[in-house]
Design a protein around this ligand. Structure first.
Ligand SMILES: Cc1cc2nc3c(=O)[nH]c(=O)nc-3n(C[C@H](O)[C@H](O)[C@H](O)COP(=O)(O)OP(=O)(O)OC[C@H]3O[C@@H](n4cnc5c(N)ncnc54)[C@H](O)[C@@H]3O)c2cc1C
Length: 433
């Protein structure tokens, strides 16, 4: 009987250490350097953050998603899930623990498809946390449907020339390099006619036209770049994983990224429940505590139930990734976690905001940021609707259409079959009447 929901005591001790460390040492960074997670370390930030990273390494918790060959511990996804639900509370924590999106996914594909020169140049410093990367795939006229991408890369001798527009290339303004998806062959299907390129951000012709801000950030003061690639010349060695491989590479990248977001979301939703419960016990109105009102008890119970289901699903998915070591085999589950994630965070954060009254709606509490974050999660790495399509297609694979006119569970036909099966006994019963 192999089902076991317990964490081994040695790893639990590390999680307990991480829990306190994040609370005491890392969460305060969010309040001091709020939007600077992806700015390369220097000056005061380097002085404050390097010692924290050192402690994480000493605990053996640096980049735990990676195998030992890449400087990680080879712990796998289940252990990462348990750690990530702690890290999800803080926007700086993934940086301090060396497992931040989008760099984890970007590192994963360079590790998988990169040449040894590419690994040396991009992967090593990326894993050390010394530089950042940006994934440049979405275009202004096409996001969810990559077959409509128009950015072209055309051969010119030993080089490629890239032209086109990309939208929402997160962190491009501080990244050292971009992973650009471009059409390289228009004569074949888009699934075989696109390629990925590793392009240093300071290459001539890369024009960041705007840094689009999310809600609450200043206009043009965000970190999601609209980029005009204008005759960007890169050598053939910039090609990642061979010509026409972009779709295969993209799937490798997005599988891990999506489930890591789900893991961190558990921590954020738990934080909202913690705040909800504290408030329910602290506030009195109309003769009793909020915690004694049935509506509020409903909020707490529904939130607990929603998060418990989501958490178990994410942990089980992480366990399956470790077991099969193949994202394709777990695609349905990863897509399902991606579908559930925005709703769980939205609903729980909304209830927590509601029971905090007016204060809950202000920028002095984190609820609206969480609710907005839930909206973002329904789009980043693909819209919920597209993932629902993926899940439905995978679920339907296990079914066949019925042969006849009636469903196989049509009761009159089943009743007839049951009567025939027991005809001998039924006749005996009738004979005894
Ligand atoms: C915070 C954030 C960070 C991001 N970071 C990056 C990044 O680093 N790099 C990058 O390349 N991209 C990034 N993206 C872009 C993201 O991948 C796209 O937003 C996403 O793929 C959807 O594309 P779109 O925004 O063009 O929406 P569209 O493709 O226009 O879709 C809009 C809506 O149409 C509906 N829809 C679309 N397709 C279907 C369908 N097949 N069936 C039913 N309904 C459908 C859905 O409601 C969907 O939300 C980021 C997005 C966000 C919000």
């Amino acid at each position: 009987m192999a089902w076991d929901f317990e964490t081994d005591p040695e790893y639990q001790r590390k999680l307990d250490w991480a829990d306190e460390f994040v609370r005491e040492e890392v969460e305060p960074l969010d309040l001091v350097w709020e939007h600077e997670q992806f700015v390369p370390l220097e000056g005061a930030r380097r002085a404050a953050i390097e010692p924290l990273k050192k402690q994480v390494r000493e605990q053996g918790l640096w980049a735990t998603h990676l195998g030992p060959d890449l400087g990680g511990q080879g712990y796998g996804q289940l252990k990462l899930a348990l750690l990530n639900e702690i890290l999800g509370r803080s926007s700086w924590a993934p940086i301090v623990f060396g497992c931040q999106a989008p760099d984890t996914g970007n590192a994963e594909i360079i590790a998988h498809y990169g040449t040894s020169e590419q690994k040396q140049r991009y992967l090593r410093p990326l894993l050390e946390g010394e530089l950042f990367s940006s994934y440049s795939m979405t275009e202004p006229q096409a996001g969810a449907d990559p077959t409509r991408f128009e950015t072209r890369a055309v051969r010119d001798g030993d080089d490629w020339i890239i032209n086109g527009w990309k939208f929402f290339s997160s962190n491009a303004k501080t990244a050292a390099f971009l992973i650009v998806m471009a059409v390289t062959n228009t004569d074949v299907s888009p699934y075989k006619g696109m390629s990925m390129f590793l392009v240093p951000t300071d290459t001539p012709g890369i024009n960041i036209e705007r840094n689009v801000g999310l809600y609450g950030e200043p206009i043009n003061g965000g970190s999601h770049a609209l980029i005009h690639y204008e005759n960007v010349r890169v050598p053939n060695e910039a090609l990642l994983g061979g010509e026409g491989q972009a779709f295969v590479i993209a799937q490798t990248r997005l599988g891990g990224g999506r489930i890591h977001h789900a893991m961190r979301t558990i921590g954020l939703a738990q934080q909202a429940i913690d705040m909800m419960c504290e408030r329910a016990l602290s506030r009195e109105t109309a003769g009793s505590r909020l915690a004694d009102k049935q509506f509020v008890q409903g909020y707490i119970a529904d939130s607990y139930a929603q998060l418990a289901q989501f958490r178990l699903f994410v942990l089980n998915t992480a366990w399956k990734i470790d077991k099969y070591n193949d994202y394709k085999k777990v695609r349905k589950d990863i897509a399902t976690a991606k579908i559930i994630m925005p709703t769980v965070l939205h609903d729980i954060a909304w209830r927590a905001m509601q029971i905090h009254g007016a204060l809950g709606t202000t920028n002095e509490m984190p609820f609206f940021r969480m609710i907005h974050g839930a909206g973002v999660m329904g789009l980043a790495d693909g819209p919920t609707e597209v993932h629902k399509g993926t899940v439905a297609k995978q679920v339907l694979r296990d079914y066949q259409p019925t042969d006849g006119m009636w469903p196989t569970q049509w009761i009159p036909a089943k009743q007839q079959a049951a009567r025939e099966k027991f005809a001998e006994f039924l006749e005996h019963e009738a004979g005894n009447l």
